[in-house]
Ligand binder design. Structure first.
Ligand code: THU
Length: 139
């Protein structure tokens, strides 16, 4: 169980990370913050590329930062996205990011789509990626 203050902190960190977003092509700024089971937080932002294909979403930036620093067990992620000059949306993770979450996260992994530190929608990975394919399929 993640308490309300911890959720707000995670959402605020995702919102703050939008300032690091590199999104000159879409002008859609996304920040993320992922919480490990140990209580560490790793943050990310989207980083676009002129060749488009190499662009990476905020969620995967946070996940690859965490995994590359030795953290693979996660309990929750907050995502904050919206156009540079617009309001924040309830920005849901793309299909690729959902599949990357599936690699490391339990079905109960929480996904918060943040418009502010206190205004967010909450889902589980199982809700956003039903009938999924994962590491167990290859055992
Ligand atoms: N994007 C994310 O970083 N996360 C999402 O959840 C949705 C989309 C990025 C990718 C691209 O840089 C921009 O937002 C527009 O699609």
């Amino acid at each position: 169980m993640i308490d309300a203050n911890a959720i707000s902190d995670l959402c605020q960190k995702a919102i703050d990370m939008r300032s690091e977003s590199y999104a000159p092509y879409s002008d859609f700024l996304v920040g993320s913050a992922i919480l490990t089971e140990e209580g560490k937080i790793f943050t990310g932002c989207n980083i676009e590329n002129s060749a488009f294909g190499p662009s990476i979403c905020a969620e995967r930036t946070a996940i690859v930062k965490a995994v590359s620093e030795g953290s693979k067990d996660f309990s929750a992620i907050a995502i904050a996205g919206g156009k540079r000059d617009g309001d924040l949306q309830y920005c849901a993770p793309c299909g690729v990011c959902r599949q990357v979450m599936r690699e490391f996260c339990k079905p109960s992994f929480k996904i918060y789509l943040a418009k502010s530190a206190t205004d967010y929608k909450e889902y589980t990975l199982a809700e956003l990626l039903p009938e999924s394919f994962g590491p167990e399929n290859l055992e």
